[in-house]
Design a protein around this ligand. Structure first.
Ligand code: FAD
Length: 375
């Protein structure tokens, strides 16, 4: 065989696995359907700004090994994610913390904030009259009360899922963390940031000296490609591998509307969520704030924003978020049974496992898979 590994897909899973195998002396071939590498972390430079073309990506983790691995390849900046919510023109800090509670009720101490939330929660819990919450709306009301739910959760969630909160299952929101400190840092992780110069730098270095064939769909050339390598790492959609013979796994997707604006600073923050149902988009991302901080924001007279519209996925669209309901979970199990019978094929990554993975867990999984291969 010409190669030890044929790696299908050059996203973080494929690129990390290829890097590890290559550095262990294995011969790797990467095939990528798109015209560029990197999968969904791919960036496009627009007006001198790294635009996260498939949605905003912030690397965050508590895993020191993963953080050091990434930084050893492409150094990351210290970007701290502090999204803001805009509800009917009024701004609230996220995640829910003392700043949010002050903006919502004018309360200035943790005790006042706790009392206010307890008052609102107890009203919702009383209405339940001892029964379990039957839907997401009842669940959220019992966790955080009416004001936070109506202003910051309801509209956003309904746009994300395309359904009313009282039709969505309660399990989607198991916890809604509330912070009784003035802290707008969205993630609790020790490490967070973005590769300086964008994600392409990370991916290019992971794939350095490895043969990559772009615009090559593995499934269209499967017969020929299968003869080239001992083993396949497949990171494409699981159902596509089996030609959808049992049906389509469903996803939610996002449509992006990206514009270059002739202003240096449009919204003063990378992420602004629009939590009102009447605004059709869920968020506006202003990309320069991921890499330019403080006065440096004004170095570039232009800015690039992306409005995100959450949508039902249809075949042919980019599959983003798996729908982990009973129907899709059952179909997934059937496909997994078929996958287990495929010899010398490893199915890994967010599409092949039909599982939402953040970037750090994706890298961690690639490392685990490689350790297993090496053993
Ligand atoms: P992908 O990046 O999807 O890569 C799979 C690759 O396989 C693609 O390039 C695809 O073209 C290729 N492929 C598929 N089929 C074939 C085929 N038949 N032949 C050849 N090639 C094929 N994570 C975070 O940690 N922080 C964030 O802020 C964050 N934001 C996100 C926002 C959005 C909108 C989305 C959807 C995800 C976000 N993620 C985030 C998750 C992150 O994108 C994933 O963890 C990561 O991209 C997973 O990498 P992957 O290689 O498994 O998949």
């Amino acid at each position: 065989m010409q190669y030890d590994y044929l790696i299908v897909g050059s996203g973080l899973m494929g690129a990390t696995f290829a890097y590890l195998a290559h550095h262990a002396g294995k011969r790797c071939l990467v095939v990528e359907r798109r015209a560029h590498t990197g999968g969904n972390v791919h960036c496009q430079e627009v007006a001198g700004i790294q635009v996260h073309q498939y949605g905003a990506h912030i690397l965050h983790t508590n895993n020191r090994e993963v953080w050091q691995f990434v930084n050893g390849i492409a150094e990351c900046n210290r970007y701290t994610n502090s999204p803001v919510a805009n509800y009917q023109g009024k701004l609230y800090n996220l995640p829910f913390n003392m700043n949010t509670f002050y903006q919502m009720w004018g309360v200035t101490t943790p005790l006042q904030a706790r009392r206010k939330i307890e008052e609102q929660r107890s009203e919702a819990i009383r209405k339940l009259d001892g029964r379990e919450p039957a839907n997401l709306e009842e669940q959220a009301l019992a966790l955080v009360g009416k004001d936070i739910f109506e202003r910051l959760i309801k509209g956003y969630t309904e746009k994300q899922w395309g359904r009313s909160c009282n039709e969505l299952p309660a399990f989607i929101i198991r916890r809604l963390p509330l912070r009784f400190v003035f802290d707008n840092n969205y993630f609790n992780d020790s490490y967070q940031g973005i590769p300086i110069g964008g994600y392409n730098r990370l991916i290019d270095r992971l794939l350095q000296d490895i043969e990559v064939r772009l615009k090559t769909d593995f499934l269209e050339h499967k017969q020929e490609l299968d003869t080239l390598a001992d083993k396949v790492l497949y990171t494409g959609p699981l159902d596509a591998y089996f030609d959808y013979r049992l049906g389509h796994l469903q996803y939610r997707t996002v449509r992006f509307e990206t514009e270059v604006l002739e202003t240096p600073n449009y919204q003063g923050n990378a992420v602004v969520n629009y939590t009102d149902r009447d605004v059709p988009y869920t968020r506006i991302i202003e990309h320069k704030h991921f890499e330019q901080f403080g006065p440096a924001v004004y170095d570039n007279p232009q800015t690039v924003i992306s409005k995100e519209y959450s949508m039902e996925w249809m075949p042919g669209m980019e599959p983003y978020y798996p729908v982990n309901d009973e129907k899709n979970s059952a179909l997934l199990r059937e496909y997994q049974t078929l996958a287990a019978k495929e010899e010398n094929v490893i199915f890994a990554g967010r599409l092949a496992e039909y599982k939402y993975y953040d970037m750090a867990p994706t890298i961690e999984r690639a490392m685990q898979l490689w350790s297993k291969e090496e053993a």
